[in-house]
Design a protein around this ligand. Structure first.
Ligand SMILES: NC(=O)c1ccc[n+]([C@@H]2O[C@H](COP(=O)([O-])OP(=O)(O)OC[C@H]3O[C@@H](n4cnc5c(N)ncnc54)[C@H](OP(=O)(O)O)[C@@H]3O)[C@@H](O)[C@H]2O)c1
Length: 283
């Protein structure tokens, strides 16, 4: 395994396994399979509704808790000082663990400053080992890094071959924030797995489109958390530590970057307005 070192010195695996859009029971089976396949970073969220299954799988896996890097995220409806802390305690209960390795704020909306102060407190108390954010654009990240007592250590955003986010990554690096990619396969959109250029580059190394895409991200210094419910694909996506992309490969993959393509547009006021309206109605 390759590791990133966070600004507080914590080591984080460069490759992990994500459990978005998987229910509790499926998450329990999938996380058990993923740990068996060798993954040691698991990415869940309060909003995924599967923390119990994730925690049960880790507890029953036979892998020492210390060897698993567990990532969780506070959902927007739990933001606000005091409320985020209580939600984190509830997450620990569901996960059946005494600490979370990395806790993120899932989205940059609502009272994220209040929630951030709770994460700082939880970090100080040892309930979490590192804290960070997700989906923060460069300016919002700069804002939090400037005014928070403890700056975020990680920013998890959409990064993949079709949306390479060079400027955002550069901004993270300048702020000492580790980039982490959600949707490393663009969630399969835009015929990701049939992409001829990725297929050709990968074939020259005896590797698949998915493996090539993950190697590209890790070589950029980006932590990746692919999701699959299939055991054979878990093994395939983990088999990325025995080859190197050439400069020419990287230059070719860089041509796939698109200013237009995104799996989820955080600047779309209609889309985000709908999400926030729904969340407010549940609070
Ligand atoms: N912070 C955020 O806002 C946010 C947003 C989205 C995701 N995430 C995190 O990032 C993780 C990954 O992102 P994601 O789940 O959205 O998308 P993704 O990992 O880019 O893509 C998942 C899709 O690829 C398919 N797949 C996986 N490996 C494959 C392979 N080797 N060959 C062919 N198809 C393959 C999966 O299908 P099968 O399952 O059928 O194999 C699934 O349809 C999530 O699980 C979650 O932990 C975070």
């Amino acid at each position: 395994m390759e590791f990133a070192t966070l600004s507080n010195g914590l080591r984080m695996p460069m490759l992990g396994y994500g459990v978005f859009q998987i229910d509790d029971a499926t998450a329990e089976r999938c996380v058990a399979d993923a740990l068996d396949a060798g993954y040691r970073l698991i990415d869940t969220a309060q909003g995924y509704g599967n923390e119990r299954g994730v925690g049960a799988a880790i507890a029953q896996s036979g892998v020492a808790r210390e060897d698993v890097f567990l990532v969780d995220k506070v959902w927007i409806s739990n933001y606000g000082e005091g409320k985020a802390y209580d939600s984190l305690k509830a997450s620990l209960e569901l996960l059946g663990t005494d600490h979370i390795d990395l806790m993120l704020l899932h989205q940059p909306f609502g009272d994220y400053y209040g929630a951030w102060r709770d994460l700082e407190r939880a970090c100080e108390e040892g309930l979490v080992r590192a804290i960070g954010v997700s989906n923060f654009d460069p300016v919002r990240l700069l804002d939090l890094c400037t005014f928070a007592e403890v700056a975020p250590m990680v920013n998890q955003v959409e990064i993949h071959a079709f949306r390479q986010q060079d400027a955002a990554i550069e901004n993270m690096r300048a702020l000492g924030v580790q980039p982490m990619a959600w949707g490393p396969f663009a969630e399969g959109m835009n015929n990701f797995f049939q992409n001829p250029l990725l297929a050709e580059v990968g074939a020259a190394h005896g590797k698949t489109v998915g493996q090539t895409a993950l190697r590209f991200l890790m070589d950029k210094g980006v932590v990746a958390i692919p999701k699959t419910v299939r055991r054979e694909r878990m093994a395939e996506n983990f088999d990325v530590f025995d080859f190197e992309l050439t400069d020419k490969d990287v230059a070719r993959i860089r041509t796939l970057d698109s200013a237009d393509f995104t799996c989820y547009d955080h600047t779309d006021t209609k889309l985000i307005g709908g999400l926030l309206g729904f969340i407010k109605s549940t609070m």
